[in-house]
Design a binder for this molecule. Structure first.
Ligand code: MN
Ligand code: MN
Length: 285
Protein backbone atom coordinates (compact mmCIF):
# COMPACT_ATOMS: atom_id res chain seq x y z
CA UNK A 1 0.00 0.00 0.00
CA UNK A 2 2.75 2.44 1.02
CA UNK A 3 4.81 1.45 -1.99
CA UNK A 4 1.83 2.01 -4.26
CA UNK A 5 1.33 5.49 -2.84
CA UNK A 6 4.98 6.37 -3.30
CA UNK A 7 4.83 5.19 -6.87
CA UNK A 8 1.78 7.35 -7.47
CA UNK A 9 3.54 10.45 -6.08
CA UNK A 10 6.61 9.72 -8.20
CA UNK A 11 4.44 9.30 -11.28
CA UNK A 12 2.59 12.58 -10.62
CA UNK A 13 5.87 14.45 -10.04
CA UNK A 14 7.23 13.22 -13.35
CA UNK A 15 4.03 14.17 -15.16
CA UNK A 16 4.17 17.66 -13.64
CA UNK A 17 7.84 18.10 -14.54
CA UNK A 18 7.19 17.08 -18.14
CA UNK A 19 4.17 19.36 -18.53
CA UNK A 20 6.05 22.34 -17.02
CA UNK A 21 8.94 21.79 -19.39
CA UNK A 22 6.58 21.60 -22.33
CA UNK A 23 4.93 24.89 -21.38
CA UNK A 24 8.33 26.59 -21.07
CA UNK A 25 9.27 25.47 -24.55
CA UNK A 26 6.08 26.63 -26.20
CA UNK A 27 5.78 30.02 -24.45
CA UNK A 28 6.86 32.74 -26.88
CA UNK A 29 9.46 35.16 -25.55
CA UNK A 30 7.08 38.10 -26.08
CA UNK A 31 4.54 36.80 -23.57
CA UNK A 32 4.21 38.91 -20.45
CA UNK A 33 4.06 37.35 -16.98
CA UNK A 34 1.18 39.47 -15.76
CA UNK A 35 -0.44 41.57 -18.45
CA UNK A 36 -2.88 43.56 -16.32
CA UNK A 37 -1.06 46.73 -17.28
CA UNK A 38 -1.38 45.80 -20.96
CA UNK A 39 -5.08 44.90 -20.81
CA UNK A 40 -5.84 47.39 -23.58
CA UNK A 41 -2.87 46.32 -25.73
CA UNK A 42 0.90 46.56 -26.29
CA UNK A 43 1.21 49.81 -28.31
CA UNK A 44 4.47 48.99 -30.12
CA UNK A 45 4.40 45.17 -29.85
CA UNK A 46 7.43 45.41 -27.58
CA UNK A 47 9.15 42.09 -26.80
CA UNK A 48 11.97 40.82 -24.59
CA UNK A 49 14.07 40.10 -27.68
CA UNK A 50 17.40 41.82 -26.91
CA UNK A 51 18.15 42.00 -30.63
CA UNK A 52 15.54 44.78 -30.80
CA UNK A 53 16.93 47.22 -28.19
CA UNK A 54 14.80 50.15 -29.39
CA UNK A 55 11.57 48.42 -28.33
CA UNK A 56 12.47 46.24 -25.37
CA UNK A 57 9.67 45.04 -23.09
CA UNK A 58 10.43 45.55 -19.41
CA UNK A 59 7.90 44.20 -16.94
CA UNK A 60 7.44 45.23 -13.34
CA UNK A 61 4.63 44.29 -11.03
CA UNK A 62 3.84 48.01 -10.87
CA UNK A 63 3.96 48.89 -14.61
CA UNK A 64 5.17 47.63 -17.97
CA UNK A 65 7.23 49.63 -20.43
CA UNK A 66 8.95 49.63 -23.79
CA UNK A 67 12.55 50.72 -23.30
CA UNK A 68 14.81 52.30 -25.87
CA UNK A 69 18.41 51.39 -25.03
CA UNK A 70 20.03 53.91 -27.34
CA UNK A 71 17.83 56.79 -26.14
CA UNK A 72 18.17 55.84 -22.45
CA UNK A 73 14.44 56.46 -21.93
CA UNK A 74 11.21 54.48 -22.26
CA UNK A 75 9.18 54.77 -25.46
CA UNK A 76 6.06 54.32 -23.34
CA UNK A 77 5.01 53.14 -19.92
CA UNK A 78 1.64 51.49 -19.34
CA UNK A 79 -0.13 51.01 -16.02
CA UNK A 80 -3.51 50.25 -14.52
CA UNK A 81 -4.65 52.57 -11.76
CA UNK A 82 -7.43 51.79 -9.34
CA UNK A 83 -7.88 52.23 -5.61
CA UNK A 84 -5.95 49.03 -4.84
CA UNK A 85 -2.74 50.85 -5.85
CA UNK A 86 -3.34 53.80 -3.55
CA UNK A 87 -2.34 53.77 0.12
CA UNK A 88 -0.15 55.51 2.64
CA UNK A 89 3.39 54.63 1.55
CA UNK A 90 5.72 57.62 1.67
CA UNK A 91 7.52 58.93 -1.39
CA UNK A 92 10.80 56.94 -1.44
CA UNK A 93 12.90 59.28 -3.64
CA UNK A 94 15.34 56.42 -4.30
CA UNK A 95 16.14 57.31 -7.92
CA UNK A 96 18.46 54.55 -9.20
CA UNK A 97 19.67 52.55 -12.16
CA UNK A 98 17.60 49.60 -13.31
CA UNK A 99 19.83 46.54 -13.03
CA UNK A 100 17.22 44.32 -14.67
CA UNK A 101 18.28 45.62 -18.09
CA UNK A 102 20.09 43.05 -20.25
CA UNK A 103 23.78 42.59 -19.45
CA UNK A 104 26.02 45.13 -21.14
CA UNK A 105 23.32 47.75 -21.75
CA UNK A 106 24.04 51.29 -20.61
CA UNK A 107 22.25 51.95 -17.31
CA UNK A 108 21.11 55.51 -16.65
CA UNK A 109 22.01 56.40 -13.06
CA UNK A 110 20.00 58.27 -10.47
CA UNK A 111 22.59 61.06 -10.84
CA UNK A 112 22.68 61.14 -14.66
CA UNK A 113 20.30 64.13 -14.99
CA UNK A 114 22.14 66.33 -12.46
CA UNK A 115 22.87 69.81 -13.81
CA UNK A 116 21.00 69.16 -17.07
CA UNK A 117 18.14 71.60 -16.42
CA UNK A 118 15.65 68.75 -16.85
CA UNK A 119 13.67 66.99 -14.14
CA UNK A 120 13.89 63.24 -13.64
CA UNK A 121 10.30 63.02 -14.83
CA UNK A 122 8.41 59.92 -13.73
CA UNK A 123 6.27 58.43 -16.46
CA UNK A 124 4.33 56.19 -14.02
CA UNK A 125 4.01 58.68 -11.14
CA UNK A 126 5.22 58.03 -7.62
CA UNK A 127 1.83 59.02 -6.23
CA UNK A 128 0.05 56.35 -8.33
CA UNK A 129 1.93 53.62 -6.44
CA UNK A 130 1.51 54.13 -2.70
CA UNK A 131 0.00 50.80 -1.55
CA UNK A 132 3.42 49.61 -0.34
CA UNK A 133 6.97 50.92 0.00
CA UNK A 134 8.12 48.41 -2.64
CA UNK A 135 5.49 49.66 -5.10
CA UNK A 136 6.48 53.27 -4.59
CA UNK A 137 10.19 52.50 -4.81
CA UNK A 138 9.68 50.76 -8.17
CA UNK A 139 8.61 54.06 -9.75
CA UNK A 140 12.06 55.55 -9.01
CA UNK A 141 13.90 53.22 -11.41
CA UNK A 142 15.51 55.37 -14.10
CA UNK A 143 13.90 53.23 -16.82
CA UNK A 144 10.65 54.97 -15.78
CA UNK A 145 12.11 58.48 -16.29
CA UNK A 146 12.34 60.98 -19.10
CA UNK A 147 14.21 64.32 -19.09
CA UNK A 148 11.23 66.58 -18.59
CA UNK A 149 11.15 70.38 -18.65
CA UNK A 150 10.38 71.47 -15.06
CA UNK A 151 7.43 73.61 -16.18
CA UNK A 152 5.89 70.66 -18.03
CA UNK A 153 6.57 68.13 -15.25
CA UNK A 154 5.56 70.30 -12.32
CA UNK A 155 2.77 72.13 -14.15
CA UNK A 156 0.06 70.65 -16.40
CA UNK A 157 1.63 67.16 -16.43
CA UNK A 158 1.48 66.96 -12.61
CA UNK A 159 -2.08 68.31 -12.54
CA UNK A 160 -3.20 65.68 -15.05
CA UNK A 161 -1.60 63.01 -12.83
CA UNK A 162 -3.62 64.42 -9.92
CA UNK A 163 -6.77 64.37 -12.02
CA UNK A 164 -6.32 60.63 -12.78
CA UNK A 165 -6.29 59.95 -9.04
CA UNK A 166 -9.37 62.17 -8.66
CA UNK A 167 -11.10 59.92 -11.23
CA UNK A 168 -10.19 56.91 -9.06
CA UNK A 169 -11.55 58.68 -5.96
CA UNK A 170 -14.79 59.12 -7.92
CA UNK A 171 -15.19 55.34 -8.37
CA UNK A 172 -13.29 54.77 -11.60
CA UNK A 173 -10.35 52.67 -12.71
CA UNK A 174 -8.09 54.00 -15.44
CA UNK A 175 -5.68 52.52 -17.95
CA UNK A 176 -2.83 54.91 -18.69
CA UNK A 177 -0.12 54.81 -21.35
CA UNK A 178 2.36 57.67 -21.48
CA UNK A 179 5.60 58.50 -23.20
CA UNK A 180 7.45 60.96 -25.34
CA UNK A 181 8.41 61.49 -28.97
CA UNK A 182 10.49 63.80 -31.14
CA UNK A 183 13.87 65.20 -30.14
CA UNK A 184 14.89 68.45 -28.46
CA UNK A 185 13.36 70.09 -25.39
CA UNK A 186 13.92 73.26 -23.39
CA UNK A 187 14.78 72.94 -19.72
CA UNK A 188 15.85 75.47 -17.12
CA UNK A 189 19.31 75.73 -18.74
CA UNK A 190 17.93 76.21 -22.25
CA UNK A 191 17.50 73.93 -25.23
CA UNK A 192 19.06 70.48 -25.47
CA UNK A 193 18.80 67.47 -27.76
CA UNK A 194 20.61 65.08 -25.42
CA UNK A 195 22.01 65.14 -21.85
CA UNK A 196 24.57 63.03 -19.95
CA UNK A 197 27.24 63.24 -22.71
CA UNK A 198 24.81 62.20 -25.41
CA UNK A 199 23.69 59.08 -23.57
CA UNK A 200 20.17 60.32 -22.84
CA UNK A 201 17.82 61.60 -25.52
CA UNK A 202 15.68 64.67 -24.73
CA UNK A 203 12.21 64.32 -26.26
CA UNK A 204 10.33 67.22 -27.85
CA UNK A 205 6.82 66.22 -26.75
CA UNK A 206 5.23 64.27 -23.90
CA UNK A 207 1.92 62.45 -24.39
CA UNK A 208 -0.63 60.44 -22.50
CA UNK A 209 -3.60 58.22 -23.36
CA UNK A 210 -6.05 57.62 -20.49
CA UNK A 211 -9.04 55.29 -20.70
CA UNK A 212 -11.63 55.69 -17.94
CA UNK A 213 -14.04 52.98 -16.76
CA UNK A 214 -16.26 52.79 -13.72
CA UNK A 215 -14.93 50.09 -11.37
CA UNK A 216 -15.75 46.58 -12.57
CA UNK A 217 -14.44 43.40 -14.20
CA UNK A 218 -13.84 42.21 -17.75
CA UNK A 219 -12.50 45.62 -18.67
CA UNK A 220 -11.81 45.25 -22.41
CA UNK A 221 -15.38 44.08 -22.93
CA UNK A 222 -16.78 47.11 -21.11
CA UNK A 223 -15.23 49.63 -23.52
CA UNK A 224 -17.93 51.16 -25.72
CA UNK A 225 -18.27 54.03 -28.19
CA UNK A 226 -19.08 56.24 -25.20
CA UNK A 227 -16.08 55.34 -23.03
CA UNK A 228 -14.15 58.42 -21.98
CA UNK A 229 -10.64 58.57 -23.39
CA UNK A 230 -8.35 61.49 -22.63
CA UNK A 231 -5.32 62.05 -24.85
CA UNK A 232 -2.85 64.87 -24.40
CA UNK A 233 0.27 65.98 -26.26
CA UNK A 234 2.32 68.77 -24.66
CA UNK A 235 5.66 70.43 -25.48
CA UNK A 236 8.69 69.46 -23.39
CA UNK A 237 9.45 73.11 -22.78
CA UNK A 238 9.52 75.82 -20.19
CA UNK A 239 6.70 78.40 -20.16
CA UNK A 240 3.76 76.02 -19.75
CA UNK A 241 3.74 75.82 -15.95
CA UNK A 242 0.38 77.55 -15.48
CA UNK A 243 -1.34 76.07 -18.55
CA UNK A 244 -4.45 73.96 -18.04
CA UNK A 245 -3.70 70.40 -19.21
CA UNK A 246 -7.05 70.47 -20.97
CA UNK A 247 -5.67 72.85 -23.59
CA UNK A 248 -3.28 70.08 -24.74
CA UNK A 249 -6.03 67.58 -25.49
CA UNK A 250 -5.89 65.85 -28.88
CA UNK A 251 -7.37 62.66 -30.35
CA UNK A 252 -5.75 59.26 -29.78
CA UNK A 253 -5.50 59.06 -33.57
CA UNK A 254 -3.24 62.13 -33.53
CA UNK A 255 -0.85 60.47 -31.07
CA UNK A 256 -0.94 57.22 -33.04
CA UNK A 257 0.04 59.21 -36.11
CA UNK A 258 2.85 61.06 -34.29
CA UNK A 259 4.32 57.96 -32.64
CA UNK A 260 3.46 55.11 -35.02
CA UNK A 261 1.94 53.14 -32.12
CA UNK A 262 -1.48 51.51 -31.96
CA UNK A 263 -3.23 52.26 -28.68
CA UNK A 264 -6.18 50.28 -27.33
CA UNK A 265 -5.40 47.53 -29.84
CA UNK A 266 -7.25 44.90 -27.77
CA UNK A 267 -10.48 46.91 -28.15
CA UNK A 268 -12.56 45.93 -31.21
CA UNK A 269 -11.51 48.01 -34.24
CA UNK A 270 -15.00 49.45 -34.75
CA UNK A 271 -14.92 50.89 -31.21
CA UNK A 272 -11.31 52.09 -31.55
CA UNK A 273 -12.34 53.96 -34.69
CA UNK A 274 -14.95 55.93 -32.73
CA UNK A 275 -13.20 56.63 -29.43
CA UNK A 276 -9.79 57.35 -30.97
CA UNK A 277 -11.15 60.03 -33.31
CA UNK A 278 -12.72 62.13 -30.53
CA UNK A 279 -11.09 64.90 -28.53
CA UNK A 280 -12.15 64.82 -24.87
CA UNK A 281 -14.24 67.74 -23.62
CA UNK A 282 -14.90 66.46 -20.10
CA UNK A 283 -13.96 67.94 -16.74
CA UNK A 284 -10.30 68.77 -16.10
CA UNK A 285 -10.37 68.78 -12.30
MN1 MN B 1 6.49 64.13 -12.59
MN1 MN C 1 -5.67 52.10 -31.76
Amino acid sequence: MILKKQFFILFMSLTLAVSCKKEEETTPVSNVKDNTHLTMGNPSNATTNTAIPANYLLEKKQYILSYNRDKGIPNWVSWHLNNSWLGNAERQDDFRDDDTLPAGWYQVLGSSYVGSGFDRGHVCPSADRTASIADNSATFLMTNMIPQAPDNNQGPWARLEDYCRTLVDQGNEVYIVAGAYGQGGTGSNGAARTINNGKIFVPARTWKVILVLTNGNGDVNRVTNNTRVIAIDMPNQQGVRSSNWGTFRVSVDAIEQATGYDFLSNVPTAIQNVIEAKVDTGATQ
